[in-house]
Write a protein that binds this ligand. Structure first.
Ligand code: ZN
Length: 375
């Protein structure tokens, strides 16, 4: 799993002090070209729409309408504690659904061929309380381009609280991380709501690296987004309910959102089956070509059609990483071509046997990273 012997200390120093160095990948093996040709052929021969799929517009209406109905029911109609609890959890699930389906495709320009539609859909992330401006950099650029590369992919970065790759520093408390990590996943959105985005905004830094403050339209979306979120989360509910009730609902909803978002994303990358390559010491390059790197660092998992619908196709993460600009409703069809091509080229196409199997793999990986403190 470890592709070179760069030390933990070097990686930490590089990521903290140097400006972002764009990494290069190995020379194309021909695999990516053939895979792209076959997927294009599939799209042309079957009439699949790469973007602006009618299912996606229906999906957006269903999810946004669900958000409105659940929110109104929770704030204005719920009378008993168990209805409040159920609606708070349901609201967290609907918010996760908006993230998986609408904003995720929008931020990858996979929703529509019209940039303004993608921008609008990406901005639905503001409803969840996260900034679409910072998500674009952290997820769409850093995570996707440099998936599982320590110091570049910020998706698995919880600072010193966790050690998720062999190249992050080890601390004694990591011995228990496979137990307490679930709590961190739950409170993750609260950190985003109150700390991360504002910290990046005021310091002009994103995970220790310079990243400019939003300007123009992006600044308007950022400010409007934060205003709308805090009005929905606290402003309106506080006019009708006590502070403690509002805080309890906020915590339950955020915890549900955090667990669901983190668990779905970790299935793909933070498991025993994925690799965590680093740039080669002599050339500074990633050994594999870009497409093979994406496949070796990513794992799919099986789901029924209903769950696949809710997860925005994120159980097909290999296809998502190879073709992030294609709408996710096409992933099941594309996956057959990808798997066959991988077999022909001798590239290992990895899938968890079950949802439970993926979760256990993450647990074991976190336990392993918590125990190993030497390279
Ligand atoms: Zn993505």
């Amino acid at each position: 799993m470890i592709n070179n012997q760069q030390t933990t200390q070097q990686v930490i120093e590089n990521s903290a002090k140097e400006p972002m160095k764009m990494l290069k990948f190995g020379k194309s093996s021909g695999f990516q070209m053939e895979l792209t040709r076959r997927v294009n052929e599939l799209i042309q021969t079957t009439g699949l729409r790469e973007r602006d799929c009618p299912q996606m517009y229906i999906k957006a209406v269903i999810l946004l309408l669900s958000f409105l109905i659940v929110y109104v029911s929770l704030v204005f109609l719920a009378k008993t504690w168990w209805v409040v609890l159920s609606l708070s959890i349901l609201l967290g699930l609907v918010m996760a659904g908006i993230g998986f389906n609408i904003q995720h495709d929008g931020s990858h320009s996979a929703y529509s061929s019209y940039p303004w539609v993608n921008k609008l859909m990406a901005a639905t992330l503001e409803l969840i309380g996260f900034s679409s401006y910072y998500w674009l950099w952290g997820h769409t650029v850093l995570h996707h381009k440099y998936v599982n590369i320590t110091g570049y992919d910020t998706d698995f970065d919880f600072g010193i609280l966790t050690r998720k790759t062999p190249f992050q520093s080890w601390f004694a408390h990591h011995r228990w991380q496979h137990y307490y990590i679930w709590f961190l996943y739950g409170i993750d959105p609260i950190h985003w709501h109150f700390v991360s985005d504002f910290e990046s905004f005021f310091t002009e830094k994103f995970y220790e690296r310079h990243y400019p403050r939003p300007k123009g339209v992006n600044l308007t979306i950022f400010l409007l987004g934060k205003t709308i979120f805090f009005t929905l989360a606290f402003g309106i509910p506080l006019m009708f309910h006590s502070l403690w009730t509002v805080l309890a609902c906020y915590l339950i909803t955020s915890f549900t959102l955090g667990i669901v978002l983190n668990v779905v994303f970790l299935y793909a990358h933070e498991v025993e089956e994925a690799t965590f390559p680093m740039p080669l010491k002599d050339t500074g390059m990633i050994e594999n070509d870009w497409a093979i790197h994406q496949i070796e660092t990513t794992v799919n998992f099986p789901c029924n059609p209903v769950l696949t619908w809710f997860l925005g196709g994120l159980n097909y993460q290999i296809e998502h990483h190879l073709f992030p600009n294609i709408c996710h409703v096409n992933y099941p069809a594309i996956s057959k071509v990808v798997e066959e091509t991988c077999q022909e080229f001798g590239v290992k196409y990895k899938k968890h046997q079950s949802i439970w199997g993926g979760l256990k793999s993450h647990f074991r990986w976190m336990r392993q990273m918590g125990m190993v403190h030497t390279m």
